[in-house]
Design a protein. Sequence first.
Length: 148
Amino acid sequence: MSQQTEGGNFGTHERKTGFAPVEGTELYFEVQGQGPALLLLNEGSLDCRMWDEQFDYFSRSFRVVRYDHRGFGRSPDPADRLDIYPQAQDVLALLRYLELERVSIVGMTMGANAGLELALDNPALVQALEGGRGKASRTDSSALRASE
């Protein structure tokens, strides 16, 4: 994992960047701040830079993670994959790589969908979820009810 120092509107924070290996490719990620983990999941047509202001602001109180999903920003799109790989599986692999056991998630559209799927499959991992314009691809929410 590489490190760089970034100055932002909210002072200087140490920003760690790197690439996490996931099935068939690697994902570019950034981590900044200390405290409870907060994962920012971007919408489908954008890369993690859509969270620039929120990333700097929330890193004052949280360990904030953001990443570029497959084929966007600095994450390569593996040429040998013809199917659409579920983003929630990539998110789970990234969280395991970063050794995060519990996260709060903020996601938009495709990111919100991934957050919902992650919460349905791994309710003990997701502490809180805030999503905009997302929906789960299944109707069974028993996994979420069981974690309450």
